[in-house]
Each structure stands twice: as structure tokens, then as C-alpha cells.
Design a protein around this ligand. Sequence first.
Ligand code: CA
Length: 271
Amino acid sequence: MAESSQAADTSVRLEAPAPPVAEPARPVARPASPVRPVVGVLEGRTCPPADLIAHGFDDGKWGPFLDGGEGVQIVRDSTANGGWSLRKDWRAGTHDGGTVWGLWRKPVQALHVRFRYKQDATFDNEGIKKLVRIQAPRYGETLGSLVIQWGRFGWAWDGATEDWQREFPINVGKAVAPDELRGSWHWYEIWIDIATDRRLRMKMWIDGQLRMDHTAPFPNLGVTYGTVQFTRTFNAPAASGTTWLDDLAVSTDCIGIPQPPTAAAAPPTSP
Ligand SMILES: [Ca+2]
């Protein structure tokens, strides 16, 4: 039955080929959106495009980042750059995870990690929340984590010392607490450099202002970085709440806060 049906079908095609289906119109390359930021600025310095990994989720897809399978959703978000962000609804309890993975091919010992982050207006900042963990390639040794520990920001060189929970606080300017930033988007950028053993370096900026600047006498363990995890695990969240992530990027140079191309391309005002 199937054979005769195929034969008949073939014969029909040979004798009277079906008219070709009209080809869909070729997509025409469109100019970049005029509102899409292309360059970033950090402390007055123009930064090149991120060279390791970057994505804003504005196509509704994960792009080069990986879903950790812990309930993070790509959502339409009128408050986010490009109209899309990553949303995670956290559950109160012993712990909850919301991992977003970023992996890149070129191992490095110095890099910038930049992201945009928002907590709901009443978000609970107690407990221990790993915002960013930077690691060797393929889920290897962790050497550097930005955390919120019991209501304050901290940096841990976890992996480098037995005393891995030793925390380095905000130490530049007036300390800012996570609670002060709830309810709106904020830019974060971390720089770490572990190229010199027992002289580990880091800086962290919030909304372009330097907030942390630490050097630590810990071993670098020969680690090269190839992985970053965003919003890894929140230990002991006392209350349920929601956070959003966007504009994730990792680069060997500064990344900065994106500026509209029109502003970036504007000629200097002074000769
Ligand atoms: Ca976005």
C-alpha cells in the first residue's frame, strides 16, 4: 500500500511537477535599533564591547547563557532594557536556587562581570545570597563570590582559604545596603585579577560608583576563570520575593553602563 502510494506520487511529480511554493520574502537587514546601547562607560572611560560573553535576553531566548533549571524565566518586562529580563520568584525555606550560567572558551585570570539587577520593593535581604560566583571552566574551583550576607554586601575569596566565609565589605565611600536599592534596577560591575599569587585583587561598582576595592593575601590556586554563575543559591530566605536580572556580560576589559549610540557618537563639545 505504502509502496504503490509512493510510486503514484512519484509519477505524478515527474509528469506534472507542482508549482514551486512562493518563496517567502527575503529578510532585509535592518539597521540596529537606535535605542540599543552599544558601548559602556565606567568611571568616565569608554569600554569596548564585552569580548567573552554577553546577552540582554531581548529575543526572548537564553543566548549564550544557560538556564540552571531552578525556575528562572525569561519574561517580557517593560521596566527592563530591551523589554525583556530574567525573573526568579524565590521561596522562603532552607534554601532556594536561581542559577544562570555563563561559560566561555578563553580561560583568563582577570576579568570584568557586569549585570543589571532588581529586587522587589520589600525583598528580604536576610540570610546568605550568592549573587555572583566566578569559577574555573566547567563548574570548577570557585574563586570569588559577591554575596548579600544578612543585609549587607560582601565579597568572599571562597576556595582560596579555609576561612572561605571571610567577608570583605563595601569599603569605598558611604556603605550602601541592599535594602536601599530595592524596587528599582541597578548596575553592578565586578573586576577581579588573580594573576599574582597571594595578591588577589577585586573592585566592585554599583551604578558606576566604586564601592569595593580589596587586595587579599590568598593563593590563586592556579585557577583560570571560565564560568560565572548569577543568583546561585540563597540560603535561608526568610520570606518569598522576586528578583530580576538583565544585561549580563563578561569581558577582559571594562564593560560599563551602556550609553545610547547617539550620545556615544556625539562629537566632543570642546575642541
Ligand atoms: Ca533585556
